[in-house]
Design a protein around this ligand. Structure first.
Ligand SMILES: Cc1cc2nc3c(=O)[nH]c(=O)nc-3n(C[C@H](O)[C@H](O)[C@H](O)COP(=O)(O)O)c2cc1C
Length: 174
């Protein structure tokens, strides 16, 4: 199993929506879910719950319930992340757990992509999500269909970072 430096994993990860047919083994799936479990949450509430979706017909249902994630039908598996909106910072928690799962997956060469575009009532109904939780984001996973050579389209650091006060230029070290 390939292992990657954390920084390299962050820099090289692309959000992929075309997956190869090769299945991800159960041990790797469990590791990705363990990464979710080990993520820190607001006041350690661990309010998140995860639904592992891997049956092809269930993935098709998830695709049908989506508006911008129909590609999930071609994923090897997906995880629906639900969080408790009453917990302060629940959105940040959702983002952290999402990214930890993506990075843990990429550590093993498994690509992924999140989507938030879904019909919430349909997702709730089809996946039995209780009313106190909110389906926040869905992650589709699988081995990438092709070698990832894509370059990230990102703004330069100088446009994003200020020194001491908003607007003061920051000179990144090359
Ligand atoms: C909160 C969030 C919601 C997203 N929702 C969708 C979505 O609904 N559908 C989709 O195809 N991609 C979605 N994405 C993926 C983004 O489009 C992707 O992160 C961005 O284009 C950067 O991709 P890259 O890292 O491969 O360059 C979402 C990403 C985030 C972080």
């Amino acid at each position: 199993m390939a292992h990657m430096d954390t920084y390299d994993a962050i820099v090289t990860k692309l959000d992929v929506r075309e997956f190869a047919g090769k299945g991800v083994d159960e041990r790797t799936k469990t590791k990705i879910l363990q990464a979710a479990r080990f993520t820190g949450s607001s006041m350690n509430t661990q309010h998140w719950r995860f639904i592992l979706v891997q049956d092809k017909t269930r993935l098709a249902t998830l695709a049908r319930d989506s508006t911008t994630g129909s590609w999930v039908e071609g994923a090897d598996f997906a995880v629906i992340i639900s969080t408790d909106p009453k917990v302060p910072g629940s959105n940040i928690d959702g983002g952290r757990v999402l990214q930890d799962m993506q990075l843990a997956a990429w550590n093993f060469g498994v690509a992924s992509r999140p989507f938030t575009g879904f019909k919430e009532p349909e997702v709730r109904r089809d996946f039995g999500i209780p009313p106190e939780l909110k389906p926040t984001v869905v992650l589709g996973f699988g081995y990438p269909a092709r070698r990832l050579v894509g370059k990230k389209n990102r703004k330069p650091l100088a446009e994003l970072v200020f020194l001491e006060r908003y607007g003061n230029p920051y000179q990144p070290v090359e």
